[in-house]
Design a protein around this ligand. Structure first.
Ligand SMILES: Cc1cc2nc3c(=O)[nH]c(=O)nc-3n(C[C@H](O)[C@H](O)[C@H](O)COP(=O)(O)OP(=O)(O)OC[C@H]3O[C@@H](n4cnc5c(N)ncnc54)[C@H](O)[C@@H]3O)c2cc1C
Length: 526
């Protein structure tokens, strides 16, 4: 084959670059001595730092790590990782500050019986119903006690309740680098890319570096972060701002120590709404990662900093609040109009970024790397077809992420600042979301709402947010016998769920206890 893809160049060594390298290298066994299908080179600047945040993952990360052959025990030990079972949102509804009265969860486990039964109408029919998530999944009961999703005897990557991770982004990239270069056959070049060189047909032919000369390739993966050197700067693919829907454009990130050596580690990310944004709080074994994501058009940096420091003071005391110096990160919410252009595809921050409310950036990296690995065009001629499909798929993913994140803001009844009022203005609501909200007044989200099998957020996720935030659906009741029978079956499922929650609360260790055991003994290998 004349135009065979024999060399893939990844530029950038953050989480996006190394995850992409790992997934593609493992899928194609490029470490094979006998018949290397292609060469995979990752070029990373020794001078430009990685973004250094990005600490929450989805459960998909378990599949990705397993796919690249990384042991879960090594991953937990070396990335300072802990278990994440979902997100708990506080003060999003009314901002009353009354703790449990204004909090709800988006757990990673789908409702009990989800494949066959939509429990929402039956939950709505209950008198004195518990919170929706508490009624349909045992997972939220584990949040309160900071419990782990499994036991030390549960094999690597297996679970008793579904989970992803909280991790240290810097340590994670370093672990991936070591694994990719030592086990998977990825060639690592430490150099600054200074220039991008075009071939006669308009493709990228090569990149010129400061200390490793000119490096040629057939497919280039742009993982250069927000600078988007290849897709943005070289190909000039326009950036599409989505700030008309999601206003947040600044983050203040801070690391906070635990107040006691053996303090419990939270089972979920906490997201606490503020007057013009929200604060994340992520528990790692050695520290907490916190940060305030806000809209600079609605609040000054000083005020945003003061809100973050008040939060830190509450969780870690005066001394911690006095000693942290938050790091400011500006970003423009949006993405490139196209993600794959000619022989160049952008993954990670170089393709776009939207506030991390549902930690949806790394999962997009995993999906992108997975699709490229599985559908890797064997020849240049086949590449444009794969690129077209890729662009359609990822535009759909971005749109769904934007709609799903916006749902959190649209449903809020907070009225304490223009930020929350502006968030409910009709002009700031994506058209499709507006239509869905109208339909969901009469029936709850369900499987038929899915646009494609690989939708990022299933109807279960919409149910958790809508009913967690007190959305009113008034279903049509016919009062038929079948409905009575279905209601009885649903009540049995609610009871079964409560029993399962009690059983798991007894059986599961605390997060810290399990993480200490993993450090000492490790999980059973699969
Ligand atoms: C405040 C905040 C919170 C976030 N939280 C989450 C979260 O909880 N969950 C989640 O999934 N995501 C989160 N993200 C997103 C996540 O951090 C990123 O998606 C992820 O880290 C991937 O980044 P990256 O590899 O694309 O870019 P970077 O980490 O910026 O890496 C860019 C790489 O390109 C290299 N480079 C740049 N220029 C050159 C050059 N000229 N030559 C050679 N190399 C070059 C750099 O050296 C670096 O290695 C968050 C982002 C922000 C801003």
């Amino acid at each position: 084959m004349e135009d065979r893809i024999s060399r893939i160049i990844i530029v950038g060594g953050g989480s996006a670059g190394w995850l992409s390298a790992g997934v593609i290298a493992a899928e194609h066994r490029i470490d094979s001595q006998a018949q290397q299908p292609f060469e995979l080179v990752l070029i990373e600047s020794p001078d430009v730092p990685t973004i250094g945040v990005g600490e929450g993952t989805w459960p998909s990360m378990r599949t990705t790590l397993k796919r690249i052959g990384l042991s879960e025990t090594d991953f937990i030990r070396e990335s300072d990782a802990s278990f994440k079972q979902g997100t708990c949102f506080r003060n999003w509804q009314s901002g009353s500050g009354k703790g449990d009265d204004d909090s709800y969860s988006h757990p990673f486990t789908v409702p009990i019986g989800y494949a066959d039964s939509n429990l929402v109408p039956h939950w709505l029919a209950l008198t004195d119903a518990p919170q929706f998530a508490d009624a349909v999944t045992p997972q939220t009961a584990l949040f309160a006690d900071c419990l782990a999703p499994k036991q030390i005897t549960t094999p690597e990557y297996a679970f008793m309740v579904n989970y992803g991770y909280h991790l240290d982004a810097g340590k994670f990239a370093e672990l991936l680098r070591k694994h990719c270069t030592e086990k998977l056959g990825v060639r690592h070049v430490k150099a600054n890319v200074l220039q991008i060189n075009a071939a006669e047909n308009g493709d990228i032919k090569s990149v010129t570096t400061d200390c490793a000369g000119e490096i040629a390739g057939d497919l280039f993966i742009d993982c250069t972060g927000t600078s988007s050197l290849l897709l943005g700067e070289h190909f000039k693919i326009p950036f599409q701002s989505r700030q008309q829907y999601l206003f947040n454009d600044t983050a203040l990130a801070a690391q906070v120590p635990y107040t006691e050596e053996n303090q419990a580690i939270q089972s979920c990310t906490h997201s606490t709404a503020q007057t013009a944004g929200w604060i994340w709080d992520i528990g790692l074994p050695t520290r907490r990662g916190t940060g305030h994501v806000y809209s600079s058009a609605h609040i000054s940096e000083d005020e945003a900093t003061a809100q973050l420091l008040t939060y830190i003071k509450d969780i870690a005391g005066d001394r911690a609040a006095a000693s942290v110096v938050p790091r400011k990160i500006r970003f423009q919410p949006g993405h490139r109009r196209e993600f794959w252009h000619r022989n160049c595809v952008a993954i990670g921050m170089s393709s776009g970024f939207i506030e991390p409310l549902e930690a949806s950036a790394l999962v997009l990296v995993e999906l992108a790397a997975g699709m490229i690995a599985e559908q890797l065009p064997p020849t240049r001629a086949a590449m444009d077809i794969v690129a077209k499909r890729y662009n359609q798929k990822f535009l759909r993913h971005w749109n769904q992420i934007i709609e799903f994140l916006k749902l959190h803001y649209v449903l809020s009844a907070r009225d304490d600042s223009p930020y929350w009022q502006d968030n409910r203005a009709a002009t700031s609501i994506p058209e499709k979301l507006g239509e869905q909200l109208l339909l969901w007044r009469y029936r709850s989200p369900w499987h038929q709402d899915a646009e494609a099998v690989d939708d990022l957020f299933p109807s279960a996720s919409y149910q958790y947010i809508l009913y967690g935030m007190g959305f009113k659906t008034v279903p049509r009741h016919t009062g038929s016998y079948q409905q009575d029978q279905q209601q009885r079956q649903a009540v049995e499922l609610f009871q079964k769920n409560a029993a399962r929650a009690a059983q798991l609360q007894q059986a599961l260790p605390g997060n810290r206890e399990l993480l200490n055991k993993v450090r000492e003994f490790g999980f059973q290998k699969l």
